[in-house]
Design a protein around this ligand. Structure first.
Ligand code: GLU
Length: 483
Protein backbone atom coordinates (compact mmCIF):
# COMPACT_ATOMS: atom_id res chain seq x y z
CA UNK A 1 0.00 0.00 0.00
CA UNK A 2 1.78 3.13 -1.19
CA UNK A 3 1.26 6.73 -0.19
CA UNK A 4 -0.44 7.36 -3.51
CA UNK A 5 -3.29 5.09 -2.46
CA UNK A 6 -4.19 7.59 0.16
CA UNK A 7 -5.35 11.10 0.06
CA UNK A 8 -2.99 13.37 1.90
CA UNK A 9 -4.60 16.10 3.96
CA UNK A 10 -6.27 18.47 1.59
CA UNK A 11 -3.67 21.16 1.11
CA UNK A 12 -6.41 23.71 0.55
CA UNK A 13 -7.76 22.98 4.02
CA UNK A 14 -6.73 25.42 6.72
CA UNK A 15 -3.33 24.56 8.13
CA UNK A 16 -3.25 23.22 11.68
CA UNK A 17 0.11 22.56 13.33
CA UNK A 18 0.91 21.59 16.86
CA UNK A 19 3.76 21.52 19.30
CA UNK A 20 3.63 18.44 21.50
CA UNK A 21 6.24 18.61 24.23
CA UNK A 22 6.63 15.93 26.89
CA UNK A 23 6.86 17.84 30.17
CA UNK A 24 9.70 15.82 31.58
CA UNK A 25 12.12 18.75 31.54
CA UNK A 26 12.34 22.41 30.66
CA UNK A 27 11.74 23.81 27.20
CA UNK A 28 15.09 23.16 25.61
CA UNK A 29 16.56 24.72 22.51
CA UNK A 30 15.50 21.92 20.17
CA UNK A 31 11.94 21.98 21.45
CA UNK A 32 11.79 25.76 21.19
CA UNK A 33 12.90 25.58 17.57
CA UNK A 34 10.29 22.92 16.78
CA UNK A 35 7.65 25.13 18.39
CA UNK A 36 8.87 28.14 16.43
CA UNK A 37 8.77 26.33 13.09
CA UNK A 38 5.24 25.07 13.79
CA UNK A 39 4.14 28.52 14.89
CA UNK A 40 5.64 30.20 11.83
CA UNK A 41 4.18 27.66 9.44
CA UNK A 42 0.71 28.12 10.91
CA UNK A 43 0.94 31.91 11.00
CA UNK A 44 2.34 32.04 7.46
CA UNK A 45 -0.68 30.11 6.21
CA UNK A 46 -3.18 31.90 8.40
CA UNK A 47 -3.85 28.60 10.13
CA UNK A 48 -3.84 27.42 13.71
CA UNK A 49 -0.99 26.54 16.01
CA UNK A 50 -2.02 24.21 18.82
CA UNK A 51 -0.27 23.09 21.95
CA UNK A 52 -0.49 19.63 23.40
CA UNK A 53 1.20 18.62 26.60
CA UNK A 54 2.15 14.95 26.30
CA UNK A 55 1.96 14.13 29.97
CA UNK A 56 1.24 10.41 29.71
CA UNK A 57 4.49 9.45 31.37
CA UNK A 58 3.12 10.04 34.86
CA UNK A 59 6.37 9.30 36.64
CA UNK A 60 8.43 11.79 34.67
CA UNK A 61 5.93 14.57 33.87
CA UNK A 62 6.01 17.44 36.33
CA UNK A 63 4.08 20.65 36.92
CA UNK A 64 7.25 22.78 37.04
CA UNK A 65 8.17 21.43 33.61
CA UNK A 66 4.70 22.28 32.27
CA UNK A 67 4.98 25.78 33.71
CA UNK A 68 8.45 26.26 32.26
CA UNK A 69 7.29 25.16 28.81
CA UNK A 70 4.29 27.50 28.82
CA UNK A 71 6.33 30.39 30.15
CA UNK A 72 9.16 29.75 27.69
CA UNK A 73 6.72 29.80 24.81
CA UNK A 74 5.10 33.01 26.00
CA UNK A 75 8.49 34.60 26.42
CA UNK A 76 9.42 33.65 22.87
CA UNK A 77 6.13 35.09 21.62
CA UNK A 78 4.81 31.71 20.45
CA UNK A 79 1.16 32.08 21.29
CA UNK A 80 -1.01 29.04 20.71
CA UNK A 81 -4.62 28.95 19.61
CA UNK A 82 -7.22 27.78 22.09
CA UNK A 83 -6.49 25.94 25.31
CA UNK A 84 -3.53 23.62 25.66
CA UNK A 85 -4.59 19.99 25.34
CA UNK A 86 -3.41 17.61 28.04
CA UNK A 87 -2.89 14.16 26.66
CA UNK A 88 -3.32 12.10 29.80
CA UNK A 89 -6.82 13.46 30.34
CA UNK A 90 -7.82 11.98 27.00
CA UNK A 91 -6.89 8.39 27.82
CA UNK A 92 -10.50 7.16 27.55
CA UNK A 93 -10.81 8.54 24.06
CA UNK A 94 -7.52 6.89 23.05
CA UNK A 95 -8.71 3.56 24.41
CA UNK A 96 -12.03 3.94 22.60
CA UNK A 97 -10.22 4.20 19.28
CA UNK A 98 -8.31 1.00 20.02
CA UNK A 99 -11.60 -0.73 20.75
CA UNK A 100 -13.03 0.53 17.46
CA UNK A 101 -10.10 -1.02 15.65
CA UNK A 102 -10.49 -4.20 17.66
CA UNK A 103 -14.18 -4.46 16.79
CA UNK A 104 -13.41 -3.88 13.11
CA UNK A 105 -10.69 -6.54 13.01
CA UNK A 106 -7.86 -4.01 12.52
CA UNK A 107 -6.47 -4.80 15.91
CA UNK A 108 -6.33 -7.95 18.00
CA UNK A 109 -5.76 -9.18 21.50
CA UNK A 110 -2.36 -10.63 22.15
CA UNK A 111 -1.99 -12.97 25.12
CA UNK A 112 1.75 -13.49 24.83
CA UNK A 113 3.24 -13.36 28.32
CA UNK A 114 6.23 -11.14 29.14
CA UNK A 115 8.33 -14.30 29.55
CA UNK A 116 7.34 -15.50 26.09
CA UNK A 117 8.23 -12.13 24.58
CA UNK A 118 11.57 -12.07 26.34
CA UNK A 119 12.34 -15.54 25.01
CA UNK A 120 11.32 -14.39 21.52
CA UNK A 121 13.64 -11.42 21.71
CA UNK A 122 16.48 -13.58 23.00
CA UNK A 123 16.14 -16.04 20.15
CA UNK A 124 15.98 -13.20 17.61
CA UNK A 125 19.02 -11.64 19.13
CA UNK A 126 20.88 -14.94 19.08
CA UNK A 127 19.97 -15.44 15.43
CA UNK A 128 21.13 -11.90 14.64
CA UNK A 129 17.63 -10.96 13.51
CA UNK A 130 15.89 -7.67 14.20
CA UNK A 131 13.87 -7.87 17.38
CA UNK A 132 10.18 -7.50 16.72
CA UNK A 133 6.93 -9.12 17.69
CA UNK A 134 6.22 -12.10 15.43
CA UNK A 135 2.44 -11.77 15.17
CA UNK A 136 1.80 -15.01 17.05
CA UNK A 137 -1.70 -13.93 18.12
CA UNK A 138 -2.54 -12.09 14.93
CA UNK A 139 -4.65 -14.79 13.37
CA UNK A 140 -5.60 -16.94 16.31
CA UNK A 141 -9.28 -17.33 17.04
CA UNK A 142 -10.71 -15.82 20.18
CA UNK A 143 -11.50 -19.38 21.33
CA UNK A 144 -7.75 -19.92 21.82
CA UNK A 145 -7.63 -17.15 24.40
CA UNK A 146 -6.66 -18.37 27.86
CA UNK A 147 -9.66 -17.59 30.05
CA UNK A 148 -9.24 -14.49 32.18
CA UNK A 149 -5.62 -14.00 31.13
CA UNK A 150 -4.29 -10.47 30.63
CA UNK A 151 -3.81 -9.28 27.05
CA UNK A 152 -2.54 -6.28 25.16
CA UNK A 153 -4.22 -4.89 22.06
CA UNK A 154 -2.02 -4.74 18.98
CA UNK A 155 -2.56 -3.08 15.62
CA UNK A 156 -2.96 -5.51 12.75
CA UNK A 157 -0.45 -3.68 10.60
CA UNK A 158 0.14 -4.43 6.93
CA UNK A 159 2.83 -7.08 6.49
CA UNK A 160 3.51 -6.76 2.78
CA UNK A 161 4.31 -3.89 0.47
CA UNK A 162 5.89 -0.66 1.55
CA UNK A 163 4.96 2.80 2.67
CA UNK A 164 6.49 5.96 1.34
CA UNK A 165 6.23 9.13 3.31
CA UNK A 166 6.67 12.21 1.13
CA UNK A 167 8.37 14.09 3.93
CA UNK A 168 8.58 17.81 3.29
CA UNK A 169 12.09 17.98 4.66
CA UNK A 170 13.57 14.50 4.23
CA UNK A 171 12.06 13.85 0.81
CA UNK A 172 10.47 10.47 0.03
CA UNK A 173 11.26 7.95 2.73
CA UNK A 174 10.21 4.35 2.16
CA UNK A 175 9.93 1.52 4.63
CA UNK A 176 8.91 -2.07 3.92
CA UNK A 177 5.92 -3.05 5.96
CA UNK A 178 7.67 -6.32 6.81
CA UNK A 179 10.03 -4.25 8.95
CA UNK A 180 7.25 -2.95 11.15
CA UNK A 181 5.63 -5.14 13.74
CA UNK A 182 2.19 -5.18 15.22
CA UNK A 183 2.82 -2.64 17.92
CA UNK A 184 0.83 -2.31 21.10
CA UNK A 185 -2.11 0.11 21.29
CA UNK A 186 -3.41 -0.80 24.74
CA UNK A 187 -1.35 -2.21 27.55
CA UNK A 188 -2.58 -5.14 29.61
CA UNK A 189 -4.04 -2.70 32.15
CA UNK A 190 -6.07 -1.13 29.35
CA UNK A 191 -4.08 2.10 29.21
CA UNK A 192 -3.20 3.53 25.80
CA UNK A 193 0.36 3.64 24.52
CA UNK A 194 2.08 6.81 23.49
CA UNK A 195 1.91 5.84 19.81
CA UNK A 196 -1.87 5.54 19.97
CA UNK A 197 -2.31 8.74 21.97
CA UNK A 198 -0.32 10.86 19.50
CA UNK A 199 -2.29 9.64 16.50
CA UNK A 200 -5.70 10.05 18.11
CA UNK A 201 -4.87 13.49 19.45
CA UNK A 202 -3.47 14.71 16.14
CA UNK A 203 -6.62 13.52 14.42
CA UNK A 204 -9.02 14.96 16.95
CA UNK A 205 -7.19 18.27 17.02
CA UNK A 206 -7.42 18.44 13.22
CA UNK A 207 -3.67 18.58 12.77
CA UNK A 208 -2.81 18.80 9.08
CA UNK A 209 0.97 19.20 9.32
CA UNK A 210 3.20 17.29 11.72
CA UNK A 211 6.46 19.22 11.99
CA UNK A 212 8.85 17.73 14.54
CA UNK A 213 12.36 16.43 15.15
CA UNK A 214 13.61 13.67 12.86
CA UNK A 215 14.04 11.41 15.87
CA UNK A 216 10.32 10.77 15.30
CA UNK A 217 10.63 9.73 11.66
CA UNK A 218 10.55 6.01 12.52
CA UNK A 219 7.45 6.53 14.60
CA UNK A 220 5.75 8.17 11.64
CA UNK A 221 5.51 4.86 9.79
CA UNK A 222 3.79 3.18 12.71
CA UNK A 223 1.56 6.17 13.26
CA UNK A 224 0.61 6.22 9.62
CA UNK A 225 -0.37 2.54 9.73
CA UNK A 226 -2.68 3.38 12.60
CA UNK A 227 -4.11 6.43 10.84
CA UNK A 228 -4.82 4.39 7.72
CA UNK A 229 -6.45 1.64 9.74
CA UNK A 230 -8.81 4.19 11.28
CA UNK A 231 -9.43 5.72 7.88
CA UNK A 232 -10.41 2.28 6.60
CA UNK A 233 -12.72 1.72 9.56
CA UNK A 234 -14.46 5.05 9.99
CA UNK A 235 -13.15 7.30 7.22
CA UNK A 236 -12.07 10.90 7.64
CA UNK A 237 -8.58 10.10 8.91
CA UNK A 238 -6.35 11.60 6.19
CA UNK A 239 -2.57 11.26 6.19
CA UNK A 240 -1.05 14.38 7.71
CA UNK A 241 1.77 16.14 5.92
CA UNK A 242 5.00 15.21 7.65
CA UNK A 243 8.09 17.35 8.01
CA UNK A 244 10.86 15.88 10.12
CA UNK A 245 13.49 18.45 10.88
CA UNK A 246 17.10 17.48 11.62
CA UNK A 247 18.11 17.72 15.23
CA UNK A 248 20.42 20.40 16.51
CA UNK A 249 23.98 19.35 17.14
CA UNK A 250 26.63 20.80 19.40
CA UNK A 251 29.85 22.36 18.15
CA UNK A 252 31.48 18.89 18.18
CA UNK A 253 28.88 17.49 15.79
CA UNK A 254 27.19 15.27 18.36
CA UNK A 255 23.51 15.64 19.18
CA UNK A 256 23.00 18.70 21.35
CA UNK A 257 22.85 17.88 25.03
CA UNK A 258 23.49 19.41 28.43
CA UNK A 259 27.12 18.48 27.93
CA UNK A 260 27.33 21.20 25.27
CA UNK A 261 25.95 23.75 27.67
CA UNK A 262 22.51 23.43 26.09
CA UNK A 263 20.05 24.92 28.54
CA UNK A 264 16.37 25.48 28.97
CA UNK A 265 15.19 28.70 27.33
CA UNK A 266 14.67 30.29 30.76
CA UNK A 267 18.41 29.97 31.35
CA UNK A 268 19.11 31.86 28.14
CA UNK A 269 16.83 34.57 29.50
CA UNK A 270 17.91 34.61 33.15
CA UNK A 271 21.50 33.44 33.22
CA UNK A 272 22.77 34.51 29.82
CA UNK A 273 20.67 37.66 29.39
CA UNK A 274 19.47 36.87 25.88
CA UNK A 275 16.53 38.80 24.41
CA UNK A 276 13.65 36.62 23.19
CA UNK A 277 13.70 38.10 19.70
CA UNK A 278 17.42 37.32 19.42
CA UNK A 279 16.93 33.72 20.52
CA UNK A 280 13.96 33.41 18.15
CA UNK A 281 15.98 34.79 15.25
CA UNK A 282 18.89 32.52 16.09
CA UNK A 283 16.70 29.42 16.29
CA UNK A 284 15.02 30.34 13.03
CA UNK A 285 18.35 30.49 11.24
CA UNK A 286 19.38 27.21 12.85
CA UNK A 287 18.11 24.90 10.16
CA UNK A 288 16.16 27.32 8.00
CA UNK A 289 17.43 29.90 5.60
CA UNK A 290 16.22 32.72 3.41
CA UNK A 291 19.12 33.61 1.17
CA UNK A 292 21.88 35.23 3.18
CA UNK A 293 19.53 37.02 5.54
CA UNK A 294 20.72 36.83 9.15
CA UNK A 295 18.61 39.43 10.91
CA UNK A 296 15.03 38.50 10.32
CA UNK A 297 12.17 40.15 12.16
CA UNK A 298 9.23 38.08 13.31
CA UNK A 299 7.03 39.74 10.69
CA UNK A 300 9.47 38.86 7.93
CA UNK A 301 9.79 35.34 9.27
CA UNK A 302 6.02 34.88 9.14
CA UNK A 303 6.01 36.18 5.60
CA UNK A 304 8.92 34.06 4.39
CA UNK A 305 8.75 30.83 6.36
CA UNK A 306 8.31 27.65 4.38
CA UNK A 307 9.33 24.03 4.77
CA UNK A 308 11.36 24.13 1.56
CA UNK A 309 13.85 26.35 3.36
CA UNK A 310 14.50 23.79 6.10
CA UNK A 311 17.88 22.11 5.59
CA UNK A 312 18.32 18.35 5.54
CA UNK A 313 21.49 18.18 7.58
CA UNK A 314 21.78 18.93 11.29
CA UNK A 315 22.79 22.43 12.23
CA UNK A 316 25.33 23.24 14.89
CA UNK A 317 24.52 25.32 17.89
CA UNK A 318 26.98 28.18 18.24
CA UNK A 319 26.75 30.16 21.45
CA UNK A 320 29.08 32.88 20.16
CA UNK A 321 26.87 33.49 17.16
CA UNK A 322 23.84 33.73 19.42
CA UNK A 323 25.64 36.33 21.56
CA UNK A 324 26.62 38.36 18.51
CA UNK A 325 23.08 38.35 17.27
CA UNK A 326 21.88 39.28 20.74
CA UNK A 327 24.24 42.27 20.74
CA UNK A 328 22.71 43.46 17.49
CA UNK A 329 19.23 43.11 18.93
CA UNK A 330 20.26 44.96 22.07
CA UNK A 331 21.49 47.87 19.95
CA UNK A 332 18.18 48.00 18.14
CA UNK A 333 16.01 47.54 21.24
CA UNK A 334 13.97 50.24 22.92
CA UNK A 335 15.93 52.06 25.64
CA UNK A 336 13.09 52.11 28.15
CA UNK A 337 12.61 48.34 27.85
CA UNK A 338 16.34 47.65 28.17
CA UNK A 339 16.51 49.97 31.17
CA UNK A 340 13.71 48.01 32.80
CA UNK A 341 15.50 44.70 32.25
CA UNK A 342 18.81 46.10 33.40
CA UNK A 343 17.31 47.73 36.50
CA UNK A 344 15.78 44.40 37.46
CA UNK A 345 19.16 42.73 37.20
CA UNK A 346 20.83 45.39 39.33
CA UNK A 347 17.96 45.55 41.79
CA UNK A 348 17.72 49.33 41.60
CA UNK A 349 14.62 51.43 42.15
CA UNK A 350 12.60 53.65 39.83
CA UNK A 351 15.10 56.50 40.07
CA UNK A 352 17.83 54.06 39.17
CA UNK A 353 15.83 52.84 36.23
CA UNK A 354 15.55 56.42 34.97
CA UNK A 355 19.29 56.89 35.35
CA UNK A 356 19.90 53.71 33.38
CA UNK A 357 17.51 54.79 30.66
CA UNK A 358 19.40 58.07 30.26
CA UNK A 359 22.63 56.14 29.95
CA UNK A 360 21.19 53.40 27.71
CA UNK A 361 22.08 54.87 24.30
CA UNK A 362 25.69 54.70 25.43
CA UNK A 363 25.54 51.48 27.44
CA UNK A 364 23.96 49.39 24.75
CA UNK A 365 26.68 50.10 22.23
CA UNK A 366 28.95 47.47 23.74
CA UNK A 367 26.81 44.84 25.41
CA UNK A 368 26.29 41.37 23.94
CA UNK A 369 23.83 40.38 26.65
CA UNK A 370 21.87 41.81 29.57
CA UNK A 371 24.55 40.81 32.06
CA UNK A 372 27.06 42.95 30.25
CA UNK A 373 24.52 45.73 30.10
CA UNK A 374 24.02 45.53 33.86
CA UNK A 375 27.73 45.30 34.38
CA UNK A 376 28.32 48.36 32.21
CA UNK A 377 25.68 50.31 34.17
CA UNK A 378 27.09 49.47 37.58
CA UNK A 379 29.41 52.49 37.72
CA UNK A 380 26.36 54.76 37.71
CA UNK A 381 25.41 53.44 41.13
CA UNK A 382 28.83 52.96 42.66
CA UNK A 383 29.19 54.66 46.03
CA UNK A 384 32.24 56.81 46.79
CA UNK A 385 34.97 56.10 47.42
CA UNK A 386 34.71 53.61 44.57
CA UNK A 387 36.02 50.10 44.91
CA UNK A 388 38.73 49.77 42.28
CA UNK A 389 39.14 46.57 40.26
CA UNK A 390 42.45 44.86 40.79
CA UNK A 391 43.49 45.29 37.18
CA UNK A 392 42.53 48.99 37.16
CA UNK A 393 44.72 49.90 40.17
CA UNK A 394 47.97 50.45 38.24
CA UNK A 395 46.12 53.14 36.28
CA UNK A 396 45.83 55.16 39.48
CA UNK A 397 49.38 54.85 40.61
CA UNK A 398 52.69 56.62 40.07
CA UNK A 399 52.67 59.59 37.68
CA UNK A 400 49.00 59.07 37.03
CA UNK A 401 48.18 60.89 40.25
CA UNK A 402 49.44 64.07 38.63
CA UNK A 403 47.51 63.37 35.46
CA UNK A 404 44.36 63.05 37.54
CA UNK A 405 45.11 66.29 39.35
CA UNK A 406 45.59 68.11 36.05
CA UNK A 407 42.34 66.64 34.72
CA UNK A 408 40.54 67.70 37.87
CA UNK A 409 41.77 71.28 37.45
CA UNK A 410 40.88 71.42 33.76
CA UNK A 411 37.44 69.89 34.21
CA UNK A 412 36.64 71.97 37.26
CA UNK A 413 37.31 75.10 35.20
CA UNK A 414 34.76 74.21 32.51
CA UNK A 415 31.83 76.59 32.28
CA UNK A 416 29.71 73.94 30.50
CA UNK A 417 29.61 70.22 31.26
CA UNK A 418 28.87 68.86 27.83
CA UNK A 419 30.66 66.15 25.86
CA UNK A 420 32.26 68.62 23.49
CA UNK A 421 33.72 70.75 26.26
CA UNK A 422 34.75 67.63 28.18
CA UNK A 423 36.60 66.24 25.20
CA UNK A 424 38.42 69.52 24.61
CA UNK A 425 39.47 69.63 28.26
CA UNK A 426 40.79 66.04 28.37
CA UNK A 427 42.61 66.45 25.05
CA UNK A 428 44.08 69.70 26.33
CA UNK A 429 45.54 67.97 29.39
CA UNK A 430 47.05 65.22 27.24
CA UNK A 431 48.63 67.77 24.89
CA UNK A 432 49.98 69.98 27.63
CA UNK A 433 51.58 67.02 29.35
CA UNK A 434 52.85 65.53 26.09
CA UNK A 435 51.08 62.21 26.64
CA UNK A 436 48.78 60.19 24.44
CA UNK A 437 45.09 60.69 24.85
CA UNK A 438 44.76 57.17 26.24
CA UNK A 439 47.29 57.91 28.94
CA UNK A 440 44.92 60.59 30.21
CA UNK A 441 41.67 58.79 29.50
CA UNK A 442 42.59 55.49 31.18
CA UNK A 443 43.38 56.88 34.65
CA UNK A 444 40.28 59.02 34.33
CA UNK A 445 38.20 55.96 33.46
CA UNK A 446 39.60 54.03 36.42
CA UNK A 447 38.84 56.92 38.77
CA UNK A 448 35.31 57.38 37.48
CA UNK A 449 34.27 53.75 37.14
CA UNK A 450 36.81 51.71 39.11
CA UNK A 451 37.41 49.66 35.96
CA UNK A 452 39.56 49.41 32.89
CA UNK A 453 36.62 49.32 30.50
CA UNK A 454 33.49 51.43 30.37
CA UNK A 455 31.41 53.37 27.88
CA UNK A 456 33.17 56.24 26.15
CA UNK A 457 34.90 58.44 28.73
CA UNK A 458 33.13 61.66 27.75
CA UNK A 459 29.82 59.87 28.01
CA UNK A 460 30.79 58.62 31.46
CA UNK A 461 31.67 62.17 32.57
CA UNK A 462 28.42 63.51 31.14
CA UNK A 463 26.32 60.80 32.73
CA UNK A 464 27.88 61.19 36.16
CA UNK A 465 27.65 64.98 36.05
CA UNK A 466 30.12 67.57 37.24
CA UNK A 467 29.88 67.12 40.96
CA UNK A 468 30.07 63.34 41.10
CA UNK A 469 32.81 63.18 38.44
CA UNK A 470 35.04 65.70 40.21
CA UNK A 471 34.46 64.01 43.55
CA UNK A 472 35.40 60.59 42.17
CA UNK A 473 38.57 62.01 40.63
CA UNK A 474 39.47 63.80 43.85
CA UNK A 475 38.94 60.57 45.83
CA UNK A 476 41.58 58.80 43.78
CA UNK A 477 44.00 61.72 43.94
CA UNK A 478 43.82 61.50 47.71
CA UNK A 479 44.17 57.71 47.84
CA UNK A 480 46.98 57.45 45.37
CA UNK A 481 48.99 60.15 47.16
CA UNK A 482 49.13 57.84 50.20
CA UNK A 483 50.09 54.74 48.29
N1 GLU B 1 6.19 14.43 22.82
C1 GLU B 1 7.15 14.22 21.79
C2 GLU B 1 8.47 14.86 22.20
O1 GLU B 1 8.50 15.69 23.08
C3 GLU B 1 6.74 14.81 20.47
C4 GLU B 1 5.80 13.94 19.74
C5 GLU B 1 5.42 14.47 18.39
O2 GLU B 1 5.75 15.61 18.05
O3 GLU B 1 4.76 13.73 17.69
O4 GLU B 1 9.49 14.51 21.65
Amino acid sequence: MGATDHKAADTAAPVVTRFAPSPTGFLHIGGARTALFNWLFARHHGGKFLLRIEDTDRARSTQPAIDAILEGMRWLGLDWDGEAVFQFARADRHAAVAHQLLAAGHAYKCYATPEELTALRESQRAAGKPMRYDGRWRDRPESDAPAGAPFVVRLKAPTTGSVTIPDRVQGDVTVNNAELDDFVLLRSDGTPTYMLAVVVDDHDMGVTHVIRGDDHLNNAFRQLALIRAMDAVVGGWPDPVYAHIPLIHGSDGAKLSKRHGALGVEAYRDELGILPEALGNYLLRLGWGHGDDEIISREQAVEWFDLAGVGKSPSRFDQKKLENLNGLYIRGADDARLAELTAARLGVDEAGRTTIETAMPVLKLRAANLNELADGARFLFAVRPLPIDEDARPLLEGGNTEVLAALHTALDALPHWDTEALETAVRGVAETRGIKLGAAAQPLRAALTGRRTSPGIYDVLALLGRQESLARIADQMAVTADR
